[in-house]
Design a binder for this molecule. Structure first.
Ligand code: PMP
Length: 461
């Protein structure tokens, strides 16, 4: 049996070089493909935060499978956990039957949850994507409350299936899916300080957004469909890396609790240490009624769950079914990841390293007027690019610079750094490195990004 690198070499010869693979991809795959367009890379090996491509180039990966790879690529504890299941002869697919592998995952997951929730928690294993967990959560609260309205936030991203899309903010993708699905969704302003809808920003802007929410809910002529739940991201990811102030989150908890509205925290992207706490809601001490979890909980393999207070558990048997709810390899990889992040204190590490990176990004922004705002929490970081000469928007800040952002992403790739974009007009350069990133790697990421920003800004002028 050849060693792994030999096998890879055979594989590469069989399929031709990177250019051929990319050409075949563009000829054969859907026009809807996403990352593959902006990142023309053919990964063949990966370890930690390094990806090696078929053309021999190496990249520092700050996309991490859109925030999935808490421990980076092929972490030994993850690989070992997968191998142990394979070697044991355990079944790989068993619908939602009980297995020791699943039992261990549930135990590990409950150990990480906010205690108040864990003591009364139920978990539903749903389809394997984040969007499946969002659908399950919406059905759960609608069944439990008997209401069908929903409260969601501007800039929110919750997935691409019909229900999740209805609560997602992006108007263009919603329109393409047909508008009917979002009837009953009330969209409230998220506390986005840089582009504050009230023109004041900071805690004051967040307070005004909370007051608007409260007054709409209590106004019998406010036009709100009685809500089954409020769905929010503690830090908006795809929306442009926007951390909600802890005070605002506490207000949303108080507002929903006082009115008997379940609070659903979408921690698909923020979970498993990413923001500097194991779950992002912990920063504020808020205990939601429902948590939607995916991405990193599967340790790089597909796995999603909804965790919720037992009082909500009134849906019927089979109310939310699906074939792929028992991926044993994902559960084993997930158990290994959750345990490792907890045991090694990687959330604290993310908080510390993230704060240092944020400080350096702020220095970078001070030297570049096109870097309008720098923000983030833990290792979820973003730089919003703007056109400083453009006419100020309604928010009183310069307009977005989406072409520049795309140029920075491409210049970063040329320098061996993978980053993605998000936010309004895809103008926010986002960093989602693994929590295992070393100080030296963080320095290299920032050096390459600074260089890319300088080059892209210079070529624009
Ligand atoms: N919620 C949030 C907050 C997300 O960031 C995402 C994915 N980026 C989703 C839900 C949807 O997850 P998936 O792509 O696995 O369906």
């Amino acid at each position: 049996m050849p060693s792994a690198p030999d096998r890879l070499a055979v594989h590469e010869e069989d399929f031709g070089d990177a250019e051929d693979i990319l050409r075949r991809q563009s000829l054969r795959e859907s026009a809807a493909r996403t990352y593959a367009r902006s990142l023309p890379v053919v990964p063949v090996r990966a370890h930690g935060m390094t990806i090696e491509a078929a053309d021999g180039r190496r990249y520092l990966d700050c996309l991490s499978g859109a925030g999935t790879l808490a421990l980076g690529h092929n972490h030994p504890v993850v690989v070992e956990a997968i191998r142990a299941v394979l070697d044991s002869g355990a079944p790989l697919h068993v619908l939602d039957l009980a297995t020791p592998v699943k039992d261990a995952f549930t135990t590990a997951l409950f150990e990480t949850l906010p205690r108040e929730l864990a003591e009364h928690a139920r978990v539903q294993f749903c389809g394997p994507a984040g969007t499946d967990a969002v659908e399950a959560a919406l059905k759960l609260v609608r069944t439990a409350t008997g209401r069908d309205g929903l409260l969601a936030f501007s800039g929110g991203y919750h997935g691409m299936t019909a229900g999740a899309l209805a609560v997602t903010g992006d108007t263009a993708v919603r329109a393409a899916a047909g508008g009917a699905a979002d009837a009953g969704v009330t969209r409230l302003p998220y506390p986005y300080a840089y582009r504050c809808p009230f023109g004041v920003g900071g805690d004051h802007g967040a307070e005004l957004s909370a007051r608007l929410t409260e007054s709409l809910l209590d106004d019998p002529k406010g036009g709100i469909r009685p809500p089954a739940g409020m769905l929010l991201e503690p830090v908006q990811g795809e929306g442009g890396v926007i951390p909600a102030p802890d005070t605002w989150l506490r207000r949303m908890r108080a507002v929903t609790r006082a009115r008997g509205i379940p609070l659903i925290a979408d921690e698909v992207q923020t979970g498993v240490g990413r923001t500097g706490a194991f779950w992002a809601v912990e920063h504020s001490g808020v205990v939601p009624d429902v948590m939607v979890l995916a991405k990193a909980i599967g340790g790089s393999l597909p796995l999603a769950v909804v965790v919720y207070h037992e009082d909500l558990d009134v849906w019927r048997p089979g109310a939310h079914a699906g074939t792929f709810r028992g991926n044993q390899l994902a559960m084993a990889a997930g158990t290994a990841t959750l345990t490792h992040v907890l045991r090694e204190g990687l959330a604290a590490r993310a908080a510390d390293l993230g704060a240092r990176m944020l400080a350096r990004l702020r220095d970078l922004a001070a030297a570049h007027p096109c870097a309008g705002d720098v923000r983030g929490r833990g290792l979820m970081l973003g730089v919003e690019l703007v056109d400083p000469e453009g006419t100020a928007t309604v928010h009183g800040v310069p307009p977005t610079a989406s072409r520049l952002a795309a140029a920075v992403r491409s210049a970063a790739l040329d320098r061996g750094l993978i980053v993605e974009l998000g936010g309004r007009d895809a103008s926010v350069v986002r960093l989602l490195p693994p929590l295992t990133m070393t100080d030296e790697q963080a320095e290299a990421v920032l050096d390459r990004l600074a260089d890319a920003l300088t080059a892209a800004a210079a070529s624009r002028t």
